[in-house]
Design a protein around this ligand. Sequence first.
Ligand SMILES: Cc1cc2nc3c(=O)[nH]c(=O)nc-3n(C[C@H](O)[C@H](O)[C@H](O)COP(=O)(O)OP(=O)(O)OC[C@H]3O[C@@H](n4cnc5c(N)ncnc54)[C@H](O)[C@@H]3O)c2cc1C
Length: 388
Amino acid sequence: MNTNVIIIGAGAAGLMCAISAGKRGRPVIILDHASKIGKKILVSGGGRCNFTNLNIQAENYISANPHFCKSALARFTPQDFIALVKKHRISYNEKEDGQMFCNGSSRHIVDMLLDECNSSGVEMRLNCEIKEITKNISFIVKTNSGAIESESLVVATGGLSYPNLGATDIGHHVAAQFGLRIIPPKPALVPFTFSRGDREKFGELSGVSLEAVVICGKHKFRGEMLFTHKGLSGPAILQASSYREDGEEILVNLLPGIDAHSIFPSNRQSKIEMKNMLSRYLPRRFAHTWCKFYLPSRPLCQYNDKELFDASHLLHEWIIKPAGTEGYRTAEVTAGGVDTDELSSKTMEAKKVQGLYFIGEVVDVTGHLGGYNLHWAWASGWAAGQYA
Ligand SMILES: Cc1cc2nc3c(=O)[nH]c(=O)nc-3n(C[C@H](O)[C@H](O)[C@H](O)COP(=O)(O)OP(=O)(O)OC[C@H]3O[C@@H](n4cnc5c(N)ncnc54)[C@H](O)[C@@H]3O)c2cc1C
């Protein structure tokens, strides 16, 4: 069988690419080994799909080449996606920091994409196992349901995270087969695990959350930090995880916006116990546990100046050395992937293999939390669909 465009992967990027190419009148076939399309879209945003962010900028993406994403993001904007959402009468709202969510279910976004694919004449083959890919003049993709030949092959197979939703490393293998470099992948937007010692200390805080600034190298993220039974999670931690190298410490400012150096002196004569004083600013369970390990609690008037200075310092720069992360099982995305130096930022086509395209999370472009990853999938998919 012959077609113009084969897209492997019926996720966010693949579906958007199919719509974009289909609207140009290109015959398109999407292949996916899963039994249904858009599984990650369905679970995204806690089931309400944080589908884009009004503040999209290159600074919200991590890549060996931080400029690569600019072209695609400029040509398919949050407003372009919102126009599609409005056209399909899907109700949505803006949460904090420009994050756009469905009011109802993520299912509406998948249905919208399916509807657009259908009206663009896109053919979909699910439960389709890819057996072999070869290229002579055109590409030949051998599958469990026969071989298909095409001029263009778009790889939209995503990252390695959430293998239970169908993630595989096929995209990296296809890139390697055609001689394209890969930036080593790693789990990102992922909870940290505690060392054994820290788990014994803080495991009992599972479920406690607090507002903090989490600092990893030169990157700072303010937001919720959540104790889990294994370690730390919550938006501020997930954001920091995308930047952390193995073995690196993180710093946590437990009192953002408050100067701990000033709250102690003003209570200097007080008989209030340290752990109770801290409970005015921090969750009680946390304050009590923290004092147990870092600052034996006494009435405030019994501390000397140096002890109070050190305590203030520690509250603003609590050092944690995570043992690791929860890995791909719970990572929201995969950092790394196909090296952007191998691709055209305008078309997403491989520079040295005519007709071969890579889009979405399989590429070394990783967004911050907040709708940035789906937007990269839409924008890169749209860009490739204009040329494939
Ligand atoms: C729990 C969770 C919540 C998230 N929430 C958000 C959010 O709210 N906002 C946001 O911006 N981002 C969110 N993300 C990230 C976002 O979902 C992904 O970055 C985005 O879906 C990537 O799109 P993609 O098309 O590149 O890959 P995917 O959506 O992963 O699609 C890849 C497709 O390729 C198929 N495939 C894989 N291997 C093969 C193979 N061997 N053969 C055939 N087909 C194959 C898969 O079945 C899948 O359909 C979330 C991720 C997770 C896991």
